[in-house]
Design a protein around this ligand. Structure first.
Ligand code: PAF
Length: 280
């Protein structure tokens, strides 16, 4: 497995491969890898000649400086996991390599519509500006590829798809299923910051989603919302930020049960977790 720290080195190597007809699967990450990331690497390996993973904790997508400071950075654990999963190249740039001293989001002309207003966009102002900025830079650095994104960040996936479409970026976005712990908790790099008690309490998020899914046919949207809120309220360690039965494309709240995704965000202490499920 080869590690690159600069865009120029990365582009030289990948261009040479592409010129000889090889395909590249790209898995963008912020490190602190878990089985969810590894499932993306494995899928990318199945579908391409080579796999590139990036590890870059992107400062512009953190609306909370404390969250950025505490975000786990553990390359000594990440790199062997990638090697075992069959990753061929890792791109690990310094902040200056990506931002050249100017860590300001640069969303340019992307019109996000409701995706830029609701759920994550509403509660994490500027977050998607930072995501768009870095994903654009990473796609420019990595070039033509298939890029693998987990469905856990449902809204991010929708935003990235819009970016690629509106800018004609030669990258095919491949959505991949959420990977869960045995008790249902969606895998997340932030889970490793939970205390043992918080970790136990955190399962209430997926419990609420699964419960709502199992009552999907028999209850109204109002009843399902009330059901979820009641379930979450049983865990005093969990502070619900939003629960939303939303349209999969616009992420606006639904009034009819059609094309739905059920999304949740909640805090355990200062750790913010998100999850979602497709009810049908
Ligand atoms: O999902 C993530 O890990 C990040 O948001 C991404 C896509 C790597 C951009 O920094």
């Amino acid at each position: 497995m080869q590690i690159f720290n600069t865009v120029a080195e990365l582009q030289n190597s990948l261009n040479a491969l592409r010129n000889s007809g090889k395909t590249i699967g790209f898995v963008p990450t912020m490190g602190a890898l878990h089985a969810g990331h590894i499932s993306l690497v494995k899928k990318a390996k199945e579908e391409n000649d080579y796999v590139l993973t990036s590890i870059f904790v992107n400062p512009t997508q953190f609306n909370n400086p404390d969250d950025l400071a505490k975000y786990p950075r553990i390359p000594a654990q990440d790199l062997p996991m990638l090697e075992n999963a069959g990753c061929d190249f890792v791109f690990m740039p310094a902040v200056d390599e990506m931002y050249h001293g100017n860590t300001v989001s640069d969303r340019r002309n992307i019109q996000l519509g409701s995706l830029g207003e609701v759920l994550e966009a509403k509660h994490r102002p500027g977050h998607f500006d930072g995501v768009i900025t870095i994903v654009r830079k990473l796609f420019e650095a990595s070039g033509r590829s298939k890029a693998y994104f987990g469905l856990k960040d449902f809204q991010q996936l929708a935003v990235v798809r819009l970016l690629v479409k509106s800018e004609n970026i030669p990258v095919e976005i491949i959505p991949c299923p959420i990977v869960r712990e045995e008790d249902g908790l969606a895998m997340s790099s932030r889970n490793m910051r939970l205390t043992a008690d918080q970790r136990k309490a955190a399962t209430i998020l997926s419990k609420a989603l699964f419960e709502v899914k199992s009552h999907w046919e028999s209850e109204s949207i109002a009843e399902l919302n009330a059901r979820a809120e009641k379930i979450i309220a049983t865990e005093s360690a969990v502070r619900l930020e939003y629960f939303s039965i939303a349209d999969r494309d616009t992420l606006l709240p639904l009034t009819e049960k059609k094309n739905a995704v059920i999304c949740i965000a909640a805090y355990l202490g200062d750790i913010r977790l998100i999850d979602n499920i497709l009810p049908e």
